[in-house]
Write a protein that binds this ligand. Structure first.
Ligand code: ADP
Ligand code: MG
Length: 639
């Protein structure tokens, strides 16, 4: 590169998402201002980790300065704080990409959920992760000086912004590698440029960082602050600088565990629970696994952030190592540090290594243990967990058949025994409430709790006091195809097949039996004639006590939710007409049976059929025809 005076200064606009994020940050996080320091130190520590990793295959990147460190400097008079690292650094292009855009998919949708409620926004941003832009909570101008390890000194870069619409980048001369972030504090935030305040914050939030965080030695006149990370004697380390997971469990405080979680998970809330284990024997590794308190915004995004941070013998190898967790436990965050893997292990190698497979199994067990314990010891906290992650857990029985029963035990369902969607019951609760002689766990799948609750299919079960689980998550029908039985009891969808409860339960059996099928044969045939191909069969119902009609499926037919799931996935499915069941003891069906007027019979039969469809949550193919028929019948009534 030729020496020119032209530093190629460019002024660039932030991506729209960044502008929104900056706005959000500044307006909703003022009560958590101090997190900026944690975020900047966290980034500096990541940069050190990345350099250590890159240097495994090219140690010239250390540029003969292998002592990685972070330095926090301040200038009280100027109201300036600097966080400097000698980590991997950034090229000009990387600075533009990393500090001018947000590359995570789903960001736009995430931001679209934001409203005026700042408390709620603060929570949402916790799910997103705060990061570099948190600097603008306290600073009205931020400058970044950086040079990539291994690059020429003339390839340094300077970035500056006031956190409004744009930023400038220029190429500078920078002898030292790594990154310095310089905050020009807002007048009201100058109190942060104080040695005691800073030292306290570093200790509180960044003690676990495995590189030393240096600050000017206490009680000594301040060094002329430069943007160099020096190792001179005027600086001392203020943190422990040992990897947290290496330390003994008994010596780690709750606060340290929490602070470490916030660093690894890029979350700013506390975790719900964690489990720290050292495994010895055949394979040697340490895991520190966390369950977040809230679902991240990209939990359902295919390319959302997931996986553990992988270390090999304390050396950071990669973020988001998905191979150590099954997908239904993708909400787990944390660290796995292996003593056996090779330092140059790649993602591809992880996929093939049988040792990883057995680690994944062991880690899955740990997570399930941890959740079981929570469910037992703190049902309320467990129900919070379940609200956030229950739907993900439901992928478990299909993905991990070996643990299907354990996962099933962790599931919670709405039920006819609880009048609200928030109250959920476990399969164990269901079994405990089951009357003697009941061999089946009954359930119903619908689009919503309300639809499930008001389904006519529940009538006879309700009358007999038999509990039915009300399933209303998108994934539920699919889940149930993977749950064959639980503690020897099979599952039955109450909208499918013949529902013969016989003598079971409290109420008298309905009078629907074979004899009644015979008695109403003529009615059945006539209705069949009118409804035609739209149904597979018409029959007398054993499930209804209050409604005149309902639709059911054959035992092995695919339900509506499954069909819609598959259709959304692009599959074409053959039509599968339902079975129409009639309740002869209902006065409307009685009217139907008694009428000899063909036109009236047809209107009434079709209205009952359409009503049954509506009650199943279906849409009518010809709603206008339904309205016309219904009005016809109503007018006749008034005559
Ligand atoms: P995150 O840390 O969650 O990736 P941040 O907003 O904190 O998000 O940072 C954005 C990106 O900017 C980082 O992923 C990293 O690539 C880059 N970055 C930030 N600070 C540094 C630093 N000190 N050294 C090198 N790269 C950095
Ligand atoms: Mg960060």
């Amino acid at each position: 590169m030729s020496e020119t005076n032209d530093h190629q200064t460019e002024t660039l606009g932030f991506q729209t998402e960044v502008k929104q994020m900056l706005h959000l940050m500044v307006h909703s996080l003022y009560s958590n201002k101090e997190i900026f320091l944690r975020e900047l130190i966290s980034n500096a520590a990541d940069a050190a980790d990345k350099l250590r990793f890159a240097a495994l295959s090219d140690d010239s990147l250390y540029e003969s300065d292998p002592d990685l460190r972070i330095r926090v400097d301040f200038d009280a008079e100027q109201g300036v704080i600097r966080v400097a690292d000698n980590g991997i650094g950034m090229t000009r292009q990387e600075v533009i990409e990393n500090l001018g855009t947000i590359a995570r998919s789903g960001t736009a949708q995430f931001l679209a959920q934001l409203g005026d409620d700042q408390k709620r926004n603060a929570q949402l941003i916790g799910q997103f992760g705060v990061g570099f832009y948190s600097a603008f909570i306290v600073a009205d101008r931020v400058e970044v000086f950086s040079r990539r390890a291994g690059a020429l000194r003339s390839e340094g870069v300077h970035w500056a912004s006031t956190g409004e619409g744009d930023y400038t980048v220029s190429t500078i001369d920078r002898p030292q590698r790594g990154t310095t972030v310089e905050l020009h504090l807002k007048p009201a935030e100058r109190e942060f440029a104080d040695p005691y305040r800073l030292r306290h914050l570093v200790r509180t939030y960044s003690d676990h960082i495995s590189v030393p965080v240096l600050m000017p030695r206490e009680n000594e006149p301040e060094e002329e602050a430069t943007e160099t990370v020096g190792s001179d004697g005027a600086y001392e380390s203020v943190n422990q600088a040992t990897a947290l997971w290496v330390r003994d469990r008994n010596e780690i405080t709750e606060d340290e565990y929490k602070a470490f979680y916030q660093h690894v998970a890029h979350d700013f809330q506390d975790p719900l629970l964690w489990s720290h284990n050292r495994v010895e024997g055949n394979l040697e590794y340490t895991t520190l696994l966390y369950v977040p308190a809230r679902a991240p915004f990209d939990l359902w995004q295919r390319d959302g952030k997931r996986g553990l941070k992988l270390y090999v013998q304390r050396v950071f190898i990669m973020d988001g190592a998905e191979q150590f967790l099954p997908s239904y436990l993708r909400f787990v965050r944390g660290v796995v540090d292996s003593n056996d893997l090779s330092l140059n292990v790649s993602r591809e190698m992880l996929q093939q290594d049988p040792a990883i497979d057995s680690m994944r199994k062991a880690i899955s067990k740990r997570v399930l243990d941890m959740l079981e314990r929570l469910a037992k010891d703190d049902p309320e906290a467990y129900s919070n967990f379940y609200r956030e992650f229950g739907e993900v857990l439901k992928e478990g029985p299909a993905e991990d058949p070996a643990n299907a029963t354990r996962v099933a035990q962790l599931l919670r369902f709405s039920s006819t025994f609880d009048a609200s969607a928030e109250k959920k019951r476990s399969l164990a609760d269901y079994l405990a409430a089951m009357p003697e002689g009941q061999e089946t766990i009954y359930y119903l799948v619908a689009d919503s709790f309300t639809n499930a609750q008001s389904s006519p299919h529940l009538e006879v079960l309700r009358a007999k006091g038999i509990e039915v689980l009300l399933l209303h998550d998108r994934i539920d029908e699919w889940l149930m195809t993977h749950l064959r039985d639980y503690e020897g009891k099979s599952f039955q969808d109450v909208t499918k097949g013949e529902l013969d409860l016989g003598q079971m339960g409290e109420a008298e059996p309905t009078d629907a039996d074979d004899a009644s099928e015979q008695t109403h044969k003529e009615l059945i045939d006539r209705v069949q004639q009118v409804v035609g191909e739209r149904v597979k069969a018409v029959r007398v119902s054993k499930r209804l006590t209050e409604s005149p009609a309902c639709l059911v499926l054959d035992e092995h037919d695919m339900g509506r939710q499954m069909r819609e799931l598959l259709k959304a996935g692009g599959q074409t499915l053959p039509e599968m007409p339902p079975i129409l069941e009639l309740n002869p003891s209902h006065p409307l069906v009685g009217q139907l049976e008694a009428t000899s007027d063909e036109g009236r019979f047809e209107d009434l039969a079709l209205v009952l059929f359409d009503q049954a469809r509506l009650a199943s949550g279906e849409q009518l193919a010809d709603p206008a025809a339904y309205v016309r028929r219904l009005n016809h019948l109503l007018l006749n009534l008034m005559r």
